[in-house]
Design a protein around this ligand. Structure first.
Ligand code: GLY
Length: 359
């Protein structure tokens, strides 16, 4: 089945193609969306080996894989390499890879000659259902994740769900926690469907993977269309992430984003329960679903509450020592949907108590 979703933004709209086998004929999409521009591919060294033959005529710039490459230094290296290649204002960037590549290549594209078009070609589940859609680009700094970045909408996103069938298990699971997050924040039916079809998705069954991607992209597209610049509702996409970013940074990224989001979702649901914002038992339902997908749900003992709280205070979403989270009102709905703000201040002593729970 071929699906094309359209994502509207202030500058227009762009298509998200969800098509099995589409990565084997990427040139068609490059021609359609980059026209006569001079394309250049940005990919990490591992994923670069998977660039289809179809794109062999396009020069590529590579960088070492992993979150550690999402830096200002790597932005400088890639940008300098583009200058060396003579890429001008008529260039176009093809971001081929996972979330790190999308963010880094997007940031390069948005700043190079004051902005080149970027075609997002996500190759991980996380990038397909979250990072490639909505135009966020960023690099990390020692003070935290995504602290330097831009909004730069892609000209198109080309998703090939077939790619997911050969992903390493850990990378696939990273995306699954974001899929569960999408369901939790906006789609109770999707939450139920994930529970019913966990084994089909994990097997992985192609038809279920495609449906998973389609349903999750629809959630993400609806949120970013409503609030392109995160002035309001888009903050719900950060559910679980206040805790998750602290866990990732404090573990020096030994705990992956997906694992950290899984733990963060459960903990932030417990916060919502304790604040009387959602029914008791919500956190357990979320934990049960995450465990069906073999994702962790408790903080590793080595990460202390004090260290995690200190990290949270550095997060760009938290100001003046105040910690804020986007909290659930129930499965498929967020507190902000009822009015009164999309994020809630969390009492520091409550956060400390829940971060200190026996592991
Ligand atoms: N990944 C969160 C967002 O796009 O807003």
């Amino acid at each position: 089945m071929v699906t094309t979703l359209s994502v509207r933004h202030t500058g227009g709209e762009y298509p998200v193609y969800i098509e099995r086998g589409s990565h084997r004929s990427l040139m068609k999409f490059v021609t359609r969306h980059c026209g006569d521009r001079v394309p250049i591919i940005i990919a990490d060294e591992t994923v670069a080996r998977l660039i289809p033959q179809d794109l062999s005529g396009i020069p590529r710039l590579t960088f070492p894989p992993g979150e550690a490459s999402k830096t200002r230094l790597q932005w400088e290296r890639v940008t300098d390499a583009m200058l060396d290649h003579g890429i001008g204002r008529d260039g176009a960037v093809i971001a081929f890879g996972g979330g790190v590549t999308g963010d880094l290549a997007g940031f390069v594209a948005s700043t190079y000659h004051r902005g080149l078009p970027v075609l997002q070609v996500p190759t991980s589940l996380l990038a397909m259902i979250d990072a490639s859609i909505g135009g966020k680009t960023a690099v990390d700094t020692p003070a935290g994740k995504n602290l330097v970045g831009t909004f730069h909408q892609p000209v198109a996103v080309v998703i090939d769900p077939m790619v997911l069938e050969s992903l390493p298990a850990k990378e696939f699971r990273t995306g699954l926690s974001e899929a569960i997050k999408h369901a939790l924040i906006a789609d109770a039916e999707l939450f139920a469907w994930l529970g019913t079809h966990a084994s089909d998705i994990l097997s992985p069954d192609p038809a279920h993977l495609e449906e998973l991607v389609r349903r999750c992209v629809a959630v993400k597209a609806a949120v970013v269309e409503e609030d392109e610049r995160e002035a309001g509702r888009r903050a719900v996409l950060n559910a679980g992430h206040t805790v998750a970013h602290a866990i990732e940074a404090q573990s020096e990224y030994a705990i992956s984003h997906g694992e950290a989001v899984a733990i963060g979702l459960v903990l932030e649901c417990r916060i919502a329960e304790r604040m009387g914002l959602c029914e008791t038992g919500t956190a357990t339902r979320v934990a049960v679903l995450l465990e069906q997908f073999q994702l962790p749900v408790t903080i590793p003992p080595a990460l202390t509450a004090d260290a995690l709280l200190a990290r949270m205070k550095l997060d760009k979403k938290n100001r003046g020592g105040v910690i804020r989270c986007a909290l659930v009102a129930g499965i498929g709905t967020m507190v902000g949907a009822g009015g009164g703000g999309w994020t809630q201040e969390v009492d520091l002593s409550l956060m400390r108590e829940l971060l200190s729970l026996p592991r």
